[in-house]
Design a protein. Structure first.
Length: 172
């Protein structure tokens, strides 16, 4: 099962990857990244994120936005690593797989005709999580945005624009 609490640590893992001092540190960091991000990205790519992501009793009021939260924050965290692109190393091959899964996840999440379409416009929270998804796309322009088809890019833009219906809160 996907443990939602881990998604907030994905950004930390990306920092660890960029600052890893030795090959052993980097290998460990990649394994942690894999363990945290793979369940989210795989479920979203396979169109089962809504089914597999647990929504706890204490977060029922946010149930409609937890899926976008998980995907957006995960992609933002791993995007710098993905942007390195695939190569022939074991890590590069893993990265290639994650790139492919991430592109499929984005396509599923933003296709309004898909049962995997995520909530970009109802409630307040999707505004924040749409921004995280957009941030992920900006952090990996070649590997994420660049691999989407023209139709998928149109869907992403429409999904992002739909969040404009949400009035931002009076906060930071």
């Amino acid at each position: 099962m996907i443990q939602r609490n881990f998604f907030f640590f994905v950004a930390l893992i990306a920092v660890m990857l960029s600052k890893a001092a030795t090959a052993g540190d980097r290998a460990y960091s990649v394994q942690v990244l894999k363990r945290i991000a793979e369940p989210v990205i795989t479920a979203a790519a396979e169109g089962r994120l809504k089914r597999d992501l647990p929504v706890h009793d204490w977060e029922k009021s946010r149930a409609s936005s937890t899926h976008l939260e998980a995907l957006g924050r995960t992609l933002t965290g791993i995007a710098p690593w993905l942007e390195l692109g695939p190569d022939d190393s074991d890590e590069g091959k893993l990265r290639a797989r994650f790139i492919e899964l991430s592109v499929k996840a984005i396509a599923n999440a933003t296709d309004s005709n898909s049962p995997s379409f995520l909530n970009f416009s109802k409630g307040g929270q999707p505004l924040v999580d749409t921004a995280f998804l957009a941030h992920g796309l900006l952090r990996a322009p070649k590997q994420l945005w660049g691999r989407l088809t023209a139709n998928e890019k149109t869907n992403v833009i429409a999904a992002l624009k739909s969040s404009r219906a949400i009035k931002p809160g009076e906060s930071n």
